[in-house]
Design a protein around this ligand. Structure first.
Ligand code: KDO
Length: 340
């Protein structure tokens, strides 16, 4: 049984598909749903999109024609929100950094060292604060956020080893970050010289020395083979990161209530597939990278945490956060739905 089939089986066992399949798909138009992402098709968050597609095909056969465009093959990384808003794309995986350009309070979830772990991330997005942020995004951007997929905990990798204990040791290091103000702020807050570059250009930039290093969750370092052009992992654990499965209102409003519920259930099955696999992959990845010859070092994480948290709290980003957001988020304990 493949992992994908197994996730659908888990979803069935959980009863997510119960009562579905009765929609009169044959009597309705077939709707095309294009989903674009920068992710490598071999990575779990892209795999989750195929779980989503398969779920829909089983729940409402023939109703949707889901087309998945991985590796930024339809839209460049960062341009997906505008594509959704212009009606050129039906769904995508968004980062909080993409969204915060238009809905400033979401920038709280771009802050380093705020989210503790994957369960905490899930709890934030599925609880009251997440619901409030999602309705702001719906109102201000015309986009429905259905689920958060855990992308992983971001670490640094360097093409050549450097001696790093504190943020001061990253001074002058050209650290590739995705191209947006929120991402670049994080790279600079870590003490580095943040350098914007699209994900698809990163392998070559590491190979040629255009950048000295990059930050990403380690499973992405494996799937995208960045380890071939890197010699060191620095376990800063600076951002517990997620991507948000999002659908344009133009498409959403063409669905009836039962179809909207099927979309929610399908995205939940997709998130489950991604989260379980990625959490397992993160447990195994350090050993794998050491086996590939990379050195793995742990810096003074408390020094990074203090410097980065101060940078955010003293920035204009934090002026836009919902009142009491940090205290509320710090006090959240995950319920069972978020225990992986
Ligand atoms: C990246 O460009 O570093 C990043 O990790 C940012 C994420 O928001 C997401 O776009 C991700 O790339 C892609 O899905 C590729 O894994």
């Amino acid at each position: 049984m493949t992992l994908r089939t197994r996730t659908i089986a888990i979803a069935l066992a959980l009863g997510l598909l119960l009562g579905l399949g009765a929609t009169s798909a044959q009597s309705q138009d077939r709707l095309t749903m294009r989903i674009a992402t920068a992710a490598n098709p071999a990575d779990y968050h892209a795999g989750a999109l195929y779980v989503f597609k398969e779920y829909l095909e089983r729940a409402v056969p023939g109703r949707f024609n889901v087309e998945i465009y991985p590796s930024a093959s339809l839209f460049q990384q960062g341009t997906e929100p505008a594509a959704l808003q212009r009606g050129n794309l039906e769904a995508t995986l968004l980062s909080a950094q993409d969204i915060s350009r238009q809905v400033a309070p979401v920038s709280a979830l771009t802050a380093g060292y705020l989210v503790r772990d994957p369960a905490h991330l899930c709890e934030i997005w599925s609880g009251d604060v997440g619901t409030e942020l999602k309705s702001l995004v719906a109102d201000e951007m015309g986009i429905q956020i259905l689920e958060v997929f855990y992308l992983g905990t971001r670490q640094l990798t360097m093409r050549r080893p450097i001696d790093v204990q504190t943020p001061a040791d990253l001074a002058g290091v050209k650290l590739r970050m995705p191209d947006s103000q929120a991402w670049l702020f994080l790279g600079n807050a870590l003490g580095a010289d943040a350098t914007p570059l699209a994900f698809g250009e990163l392998y070559l930039a590491l190979q040629t020395g255009t950048v000295d290093g990059q930050d990403n969750p380690l499973p992405s370092v494996v799937v995208n083979k960045f380890y071939e052009v890197s010699q060191q992992v620095i376990l800063t654990s600076h951002l517990v990161d997620g991507v948000l499965f999002a659908i344009s209102d133009t498409f959403w409003n063409r669905l009836d209530a039962s179809e909207q519920q099927i979309m929610r259930d399908a995205s939940r099955a997709a998130a489950l597939f991604n989260n379980l696999n990625r959490i397992r992959a993160e447990r195994e990845v350090v050993e794998y990278l050491e086996g590939q010859g990379l050195s793995v070092v742990t810096p003074d994480v408390n020094a990074f945490r203090e410097t980065v948290q101060d940078a955010y709290l003293n920035s204009s980003f934090s002026d836009t956060w919902l009142p009491g957001f940090v205290d509320t988020v710090n006090a959240l304990e995950p319920r069972s739905a978020c225990q992986f």
